[in-house]
Structures are given as structure tokens and as C-alpha cells.
Write a protein that binds this ligand. Structure first.
Ligand code: S3P
Length: 433
């Protein structure tokens, strides 16, 4: 499946993008091991979150069929998961495999987690190392999936200092900590998304957060609850960039999660000159939410502050499209983590930008982009959803047609992207040839 884009256009209207992916994974996991029922709204019915949902059904958890983002989970309690029937395939989803590795490490039964070609290349040593220190036994294929997790291991709490700023690793260790004896704590080198901590608290589980350290005592109880998941700021980011770069745009993004560990994209785009207005700010189940109005504005290149990188990690591909349309030079450094996402996102973005005539220089840990005139061309997505959606937005400022090849993976995080984008003005067609 490919995207075919006519150049030009503007984004106008008011839309709500689908639910937050990180929270959708977590609500299934925590709802499954809670006591009693959890009712969810705003659930992301994308392939990644559905992979997590399928895996927990496979372990005996009753989860209703999602309907317009609503579902319910019949929690089985901390010790109630059953051995899965066969290998659990979580597709493209790094969040599923890394968080579930932690959650499964302390079970009485053994399990095997695998995924698609992209996931089979992604590094898992970052979770295997701390989980092994806790007493888990996990084998991998040279640090990559499949992961074979041995059952019946007694876990003990550890104090772990994360070598990389990763919410997936933090969450994996904390989820293992629920099943461990004693106290488990994690120290982050820089703040990362804190949905696990917030949601655990929402499920009534005590979490201690103190100057970069997050900890919990094992063996407690989670209570089923109601969770309303806001729209995903990572999906909203493509539209923030699109509306900023396309002259005449005026777009409202409704009910967007603006958790301060996720909103780096707003600060970075504003520093570049973007006109983003936040209104109706409110708290929804422990997560801050707002409506965002974006009007087109001339952008200028900046040095992206290194401390913002973990707070905008999934939005950096879209931000680099803004950089391509900005006056002057944008420098991104300290972003080596981009190399181990669904594709090597530094290489994928550099290749695509070059294809469209935008000068750039690649660094081991980032990229420098010189703003200029965007041409047409064919973009290889490397089967990476965020690369596909970022380059789709580039068409708004292109002088010629753009074909974005192999876009099927967009459904992992943003089902309905093409239709929604076309509805507000992106000149996008989808075809198989
Ligand atoms: C996620 C954390 C981030 C992010 C990913 C989702 C999460 O990964 O890139 O899309 O839900 O915890 P890292 O923890 O590897 O930075």
C-alpha cells in the first residue's frame, strides 16, 4: 500500500486523532492484572495495541471487542494470568515486547515473545540485563527477539540505573517489580514518558517518585478502574507540522494528551516559530489534555535542545519535515536512540530528505537539515509508520508529486490516517500499485 500525494494544499478543520498508543498498551496490561473490571474509552485500535490485547487474551484475560475505542477488561489479579497457548507474536510493537518481558519474567509459566522482521532486529539486551539482575531467565537471539522467558523464577527487587533514557526499559523493570520480593527502583538519566507511573497510581498502586527515581514495592494489588485515553500527541504531531508549514492552514486538534513528558514537540515547534495555541486544558484521569489550534507560520531553523529529545523522541521525524521547510539550519544531536526504532530513523529521514532535494548531514547521534525548497520524488519508508506519515506532510510544501512507498505499517499506530488527513486538506490517495 502506497501514498500518492499531489503537491500543495492546506490543513483546515477540527479533528480528533486516535488514542494514545503508550497508554493503550499499558491499560491492557494493568487492567489484566488488576482485581475486577476496567472500563476503557479512547483505546487505540491500531495493530500494535491490538497485539498486546491479543497476547493477554491468549493468557486467559477476558477483554471485550473494542468498539469506537471502548472496551472492558475483566482483571484476573496479580497472580491470575494463565500460560499462553503457543508463541505470542506482537508484530511490530517494541512497547509490547519490552513491557511484557518484564511482566512475564515473574510468572509461574514460561512464555515466548516474537514479532515481525523489524522487531526481530531491535535490541532487547536493555531489558534482559536489568530483568536478569532481578532473577529472571530470558534467552534471546543475540540480544534480539524471539525472547524465551522461563517461568517459576523468584524475582527480587533491584535498584537499577538506566544507561539510556527509555520509558520502555523503565516500565519493563517496574512491571517486573510488581512480582518481585521487596522494593524495585529505577533511576532515569533524563525524564521519559511517565504513563506507567501515572496509570499504576490510577489503579491504586503506590509508586514513589523522587528526583529521577521511581520505585514500588512488589506484591500489592491493582484495582480495576475507568480509564479515558486522550488522543495521541505523537499522531497529532504530523498535523501540527502539516498545519505549520502549509500556508493558510488553521487546524484544531481536539483532546490531545499534553503530558509534560511527551510535549517536547510543542516546545520545539514553538521555538521554530510555530503558532500553536492550547485551550481548554483539563485533567482526564490523571493525564493533562488540551485542544490545540495550529495556524501556519514562517518557521526558522534551531538547535533542538538535547534535553527535549527524550520528550519528543517519536515526533522527531515529523519535526525534521518542519526543519526542511524552515529558514536556516536545524541541528538535532543526542538522538542516537532514533537509530533503533522501527527503522533507523536518522538514516530513513536523511534518505527521504535528500530524495526531495533537502540538504542534510548525518551524524552518529542526529542530523543537520538545511531548510530549502521541497521537490517531488519517491520515498522509501523502510516499513516505518512514522517515516510514512512525516513525508506525507512534506507534500504540503512540495513543488511536485510525492509517492510514499509501503505505508501499510501506518496502521500500527494510526488507523485511518489517510482518510483523516485527506478530510482536512492533504491531497492524498492510497493505492496498491
Ligand atoms: C514508548 C517509549 C519510547 C517510544 C515508543 C513508545 C513507550 O521508546 O519511542 O514509541 O510506550 O514506553 P523507548 O523507551 O525505547 O525510548
Amino acid at each position: 500500500m502506497h501514498f500518492y500525494l499531489e503537491p500543495g494544499g492546506k490543513l483546515v478543520g477540527s479533528i480528533r486523532v486516535p488514542g494514545d498508543k503508550s497508554m493503550s498498551h499499558r491499560v491492557i496490561m494493568l487492567g489484566a492484572i488488576a482485581e475486577g473490571k476496567t472500563d476503557v474509552s479512547g483505546f487505540l485500535e491500531g495493530e500494535d495495541a491490538l497485539s498486546t490485547l491479543g497476547a493477554f487474551r491468549n493468557m486467559g484475560v477476558m477483554i471485550s471487542e473494542p468498539e469506537s475505542g471502548r472496551l472492558s477488561i475483566e482483571g484476573v489479579g496479580l497472580r491470575g494470568l494463565q500460560a499462553p497457548t503457543g508463541i505470542m507474536d506482537v508484530g511490530n510493537s517494541g512497547t509490547s515486547i519490552r513491557l511484557m518481558a518484564g511482566l512475564l519474567a515473574g510468572q509461574t509459566f514460561s512464555s515466548v515473545l516474537t514479532g515481525d522482521q523489524s522487531l526481530l532486529r531491535r535490541p532487547m539486551a536493555r531489558v534482559i540485563t536489568p530483568l536478569s539482575q532481578m532473577g529472571a531467565v530470558i534467552s534471546s537471539r543475540e540480544g534480539c527477539p524471539p525472547l524465551e522467558i522461563s517461568g517459576g523464577r523468584k524475582l527480587r527487587g533491584v535498584h537499577y540505573e538506566l544507561p539510556v533514557a527509555s520509558a520502555q526499559v523503565k516500565s519493563s523493570v517496574l512491571l517486573a517489580g510488581l512480582f518481585a520480593e521487596g522494593f524495585t527502583s529505577v533511576v532515569e538519566p533524563a525524564p521519559t514518558r511517565d504513563h506507567t507511573e501515572r496509570m499504576l497510581t490510577g489503579f491504586g498502586y503506590a509508586v514513589e517518585v523522587e528526583s529521577g527515581s521511581i520505585g514500588l514495592e512488589g506484591g500489592g494489588t491493582l484495582q480495576g478502574t475507568r480509564v479515558d485515553i486522550p488522543a495521541d500527541i505523537s499522531s497529532a504531531a504530523f498535523f501540527m507540522v502539516g498545519a505549520s508549514i502549509a500556508e493558510g492552514s488553521d487546524l484544531v486538534l481536539e483532546h490531545v494528551g499534553i503530558n509534560p513528558t511527551r510535549d517536547g514537540v510543542i516546545r520545539i515547534l514553538k521555538a521554530m516559530g510555530a503558532d500553536i495555541e492550547s485551550s481548554n486544558e483539563r485533567d482526564v484521569g490523571g493525564e493533562p489534555v488540551a485542544d490545540l489550534r495550529i495556524r501556519s507560520a514562517p518557521l526558522r531553523g534551531i538547535d533542538i535542545p538535547v534535553e527535549e529529545v527524550p520528550l519528543a523522541i517519536d515526533e522527531l521525524p515529523a519535526i525534521l519535515i518542519a526543519a526542511a521547510c524552515a529558514e536556516g539550519v536545524t541541528v538535532l544531536r543526542g538522538a542516537e536512540e532514533l537509530r533503533v526504532k522501527e527503522s533507523d530513523r536518522i538514516a530513513s529521514m536523511a534518505e527521504g530528505l535528500t530524495q526531495l532535494g533537502i540538504s542534510n548531514t548525518v551524524h552518529a547521534d542526529g542530523i543537520t537539515v538545511i531548510g530549502g525548497d521541497i521537490g517531488g520524488g519517491v520515498i522509501a519508508t523502510h516499513h516505518d509508520h512514522r517515516i510514512a506519515m512525516s513525508f506525507a506532510m512534506a507534500a504540503l510544501r512540495a513543488s511536485d508529486r510525492i509517492k510514499v512507498s509501503d505505508c501499510a505499517h501506518v496502521a500500527t499506530s494510526f488507523p485511518g490516517f489517510a482518510e483523516l488527513a485527506a478530510r482536512v486538506g492533504l491531497r492524498l490517495d492510497v493505492a496498491d500499485t
